[in-house]
Design a protein around this ligand. Sequence first.
Ligand code: BTN
Length: 256
Amino acid sequence: MGRTIHRFQVTDSTNSRACELAGRGAAEGEAVVADAQDKGRGRMGRIWHSPSSANLYLSVILRPTIPPGQASLLTLLAAVATAESVAEFSGLRPAIKWPNDILLNGRKTAGLLNEMRSEAGRILFVIMGFGVNLNLDEESFPAEIRGLATSLKRETGQAVSRPAFLGDLLRRLEAWYELFLSQGPAPILNAWRDWAQTRGRPVHVISSGENWTGLAVDIAEDGGLIVRTEDGRQRKIVSGDVEDAGPSSSGFSEVP
Ligand code: BTN
């Protein structure tokens, strides 16, 4: 992964650049990195704050030969690799909030946006997008997300080398991806469970226009979150957001 890196000073979105490159035949593992994005995209149509000189904005092209229904496992894989790099460079223990937010001390330090193009039941390519707040100072966060978002530097007081973090993340991604292709989902699911904040906790679920509360029980084989409802049924959430609803709730919700 990342043997070929397409670098931009500023681009609209590294995911959009990677999608164009993949559509023109770029190989698996090619990556796009930008110093800044002027239309950085988050999940569910949100904006990803992407100023220059501070953070990592990375997109990686994958061409996995798996059914499209398994693609969300790649999101969990990306979250595990990112959590490991964040732990390595911060010396702290991050938590993964389903499906793909990486938190340090209850605040979001990284978000992942995976996008897929498929045709006739077959994946043509997946773009894995990573936004990691590395060196952003507190005052540089937009006021509306200042209490919800953080960076490695803000948590540790130490600046992080962007090239070193990028190299570490690409190596971990490659190792997890090879393990996934050779051994299937089990190792990723187990690692995800180890990092998960959401599991075993009360959560508010916001999905498919509904808003309800339950207990996050586990992660399903396909990456969905299994939540027990108040009347004891189990439901699988495949898209949407969950927020911690426990007594120790940080009030965290996704960075808009
Ligand atoms: C989220 O909403 O949590 C996902 C944020 C993903 C942001 C990254 S930055 C690199 C890549 N390019 C984008 O436009 N988005 C992703």
